[in-house]
Design a protein around this ligand. Structure first.
Ligand code: SF4
Ligand code: SF4
Length: 248
């Protein structure tokens, strides 16, 4: 069968370090900020209407989420903290070399493999040039990642679970409390670096916000928006001013 084993030999072209948001663990986000770089925040929300509660997709995503109040309902919110490399990663030098190579984030060590268990690695979906798939070690065989990659992927998924509540609490402390409905749209915040660092410090020192804000969700499609609203979820319909909203 074609592509049962995928070889990969990175050529260091640096293309994957440009034009994207690079998900970070909480610890990596703190280090990123301390290096003087910006961290973006992507907020996603879902409930059991998106996937049945007993489904693998629901269980996987619920582990990455904090369950919180929204209106008269409970929703699950995933906060993704990501290095802002929308132009290019600030750690990429003029020769397309990573200047923090030994300390690069987990996701940079995993790429081009997939972290999500629901996505198979397909070279056509990757920005790597074709020749890099013709040499090197086998990284995926019969859709199973190599043992070395599996260790890193497990570390990434574990961090997603361990960090889930802290990331949502940090967002709440900064009034970033509107999340886009998962698989419908994206809500991307570009918080001030110093403010985000202060929110990290407050969280680390145990300073908690007293006032609890009810989270809201933003949904691009009218029909879906009304269906979610009818379940008691607080839906936001004001024009976004503090985040970028992008319909998927
Ligand atoms: S940290 Fe290094 S490997 Fe990761 S995106 Fe930035 S330059 Fe690339
Ligand atoms: S785009 Fe692919 S080949 Fe180029 S540096 Fe990134 S992982 Fe390596």
């Amino acid at each position: 069968m074609e592509n049962t084993a995928l070889r990969f030999a990175c050529n260091g072209c640096g293309v994957c370090c440009k034009g994207r948001l690079i998900p970070l663990t909480l610890k990596e986000s703190r280090q990123w900020l301390q290096r003087g770089h910006d961290v973006a925040v992507i907020l996603e929300a879902f409930d059991e209407s998106l996937w049945p509660a007993e489904s693998e997709k629901f269980r996987h995503n619920a582990k990455r989420a904090a369950q919180i109040d929204s209106g008269n309902a409970k929703i699950n919110v995933i906060a993704i903290f990501a290095a802002n490399a929308l132009t290019q990663c600030p750690n990429l030098d003029d020769q397309n070399q990573c200047v923090i190579y030994e300390e690069r984030p987990l996701v940079c060590r995993i790429y081009p493999a997939e972290i999500s268990p629901f996505i198979s690695l397909d070279p056509a979906d990757k920005v790597c040039p074709p020749e890099v798939w013709e040499a090197g070690e086998i990284i995926v065989s019969d859709r199973v990642a190599s043992p070395a990659l599996q260790v890193k992927i497990a570390q990434s998924r574990d961090a997603d679970t361990v960090d889930a509540h802290a990331k949502v609490a940090i967002c709440e402390s900064m009034d970033m409390t509107v999340a886009a409905w998962k698989e419908n749209a994206l809500a991307v915040y570009l918080p001030d670096r110093q403010r985000l660092m202060t929110a990290f410090d407050h969280y680390d020192s145990g300073i908690q916000r007293v006032a609890h804000t009810s989270w809201r969700v933003r949904i691009a499609d009218h029909e879906l928006r009304e269906a979610v609203r009818n379940r008691g979820v607080q839906v936001d319909t004001t024009e976004p001013s503090s985040y970028i909203f992008h319909k998927l």
